[in-house]
Design a protein around this ligand. Structure first.
Ligand code: V55
Length: 392
């Protein structure tokens, strides 16, 4: 797992070539690694239900929007979707994100250097979603700590040959975060029950419920944990990977800073190049089936490794190069099918507005060559730090 977290690409390159749907003993389930097999599994909802990995289930509990299916999924998906629909996002996103991005740029712009992950990408990401959800009273560092802890727990997937957790202590951070979250969010829920407001979580409690009733909090918490991990972490990963990708092509970096209209294109290429949700969602088959030449008896768990599918050499020349000018072949960073990302539009917009404000305020931003850029993660992936400097 440590090797995969440092650099999953060589292993997955081999899997794509030799066995696009392969059983991985250290995980205890199969992984689909090519564009074709990922798409086939994600799109065929007759055969495949959504499921999360055992470590994901251990971290979030049931029911959550990732592993619910049928009417239960319709309800949870219907609960989270209203504030994330593209038309609705367009209505509020600028007023929400731009002041947040400005505030974090202002905190660094006179300093001449910063680790952009810690001081820009992560705070802009968590503050934007936190304020949308109604978590204004929770400071950004707490939200960052929560997603880091949940992320460690979610990706603690390794099992022993007998199917036991290889590293049971790896779930402790997630257990701590969950307890902390409930301590903080329970009183907010108590208030929203009697005093609804326009926050997303207040809507999660009230929308679609009979007059005088609210959705039980046990129905909400697993999906709240899902949001407090992936939805908090990934826009930040995407922003950081976009900057890191552009730094691999300094002329393209300059071009994007000069022409902010190119930022959405850069974000799309970055989502392909380093998919933030690299290998985290899975499906389980309801009937026997064969995918990518591998026979899968009913009840097989297959993880969709979208970060690998997005490097499929059948679709992309030199897939490990970041290149703004490549022909845009649709990527799978937001998944596909019934469980495709509900936050695709929100996340992309948070990234766009964040990068617009950063590049406008600090157009002479440069990579600080005194620091290496290390990417980390197999389940979720992005740069751990991103040291920049600029003349003030
Ligand atoms: C995913 C999404 C999440 C999460 C864990 O694979 C996994 C998708 C949006 O949040 O917390």
């Amino acid at each position: 797992m440590t090797d995969l977290e440092r650099d999953p690409y060589p292993v997955y390159e081999r899997l794509r070539r030799e066995s696009p749907v392969a059983f991985i003993p250290a995980l205890g389930f199969h992984v689909a690694t090519t564009k074709e097999t990922c798409r086939e599994v994600a799109a065929n909802t007759e055969v495949w239900d959504g499921v999360i990995s055992p470590a994901g289930g251990r971290t979030f509990g049931h029911p959550n929007v990732l592993n619910a299916n049928g009417p239960e999924h319709d309800e949870l998906r219907g609960m989270v979707e209203p504030s994330l629909q593209p038309a609705e996002v367009n209505r509020y996103i600028d007023d929400l994100v731009r002041p947040i991005a400005r505030r974090y740029v202002e905190a660094i712009e006179d300093r001449g250097h910063a680790d952009l992950v810690t001081h820009f990408c992560e705070p802009v990401s968590v503050r934007s979603l936190g304020d949308l959800m109604g978590l204004q009273s929770v400071d950004s560092d707490t939200l960052r700590e929560w997603f880091h802890k949940l992320s460690v727990s979610f990706t603690n997937a390794a099992v022993s040959p007998t199917g036991e957790w290889a590293n049971p202590d790896g779930f402790i951070p997630g257990d701590e975060a969950r307890a902390d979250i409930q301590r903080v969010v329970d009183p907010l829920i108590d208030r929203w029950i009697v005093e609804p407001d326009d926050s997303a979580l207040s809507h999660w409690l009230h929308d679609g419920m009979p007059e005088g009733e609210t959705r039980p909090r046990e129905m909400l918490y697993p999906t709240i944990f899902v949001f407090l991990l992936g939805a908090m972490q990934e826009p930040g990963h995407a922003m950081a990977s976009t900057i890191a990708g552009l730094w691999t092509k300094p002329d393209q970096f300059e071009q994007v800073v000069d022409e902010p209209k190119l930022i959405p294109r850069a974000i799309i290429e970055s989502l392909r190049w380093t998919s933030p949700i690299w290998s985290a969602v899975a499906r389980i088959n309801k009937v026997d089936t064969t995918v990518g030449g591998t026979f899968l008896p009913a009840g097989s768990v297959v993880m969709l490794s979208y970060g690998s599918a997005n490097h499929d050499a059948n679709d992309y020349d030199a897939p490990s190069d970041f290149d703004l000018t490549r022909a845009p072949v649709p990527h799978l960073a937001f998944g596909a099918g019934k469980h495709a990302c509900a936050g695709a539009s929100f996340a992309s917009e948070v990234c766009r507005i964040g990068l617009e404000e950063l590049f406008e305020a600090i157009p002479n931003l440069e990579r600080d060559d005194d620091h290496e850029i290390d990417f980390w993660g197999w389940g979720f992936r992005g740069p751990t730090e991103l040291h920049a400097r600029w003349e003030v």
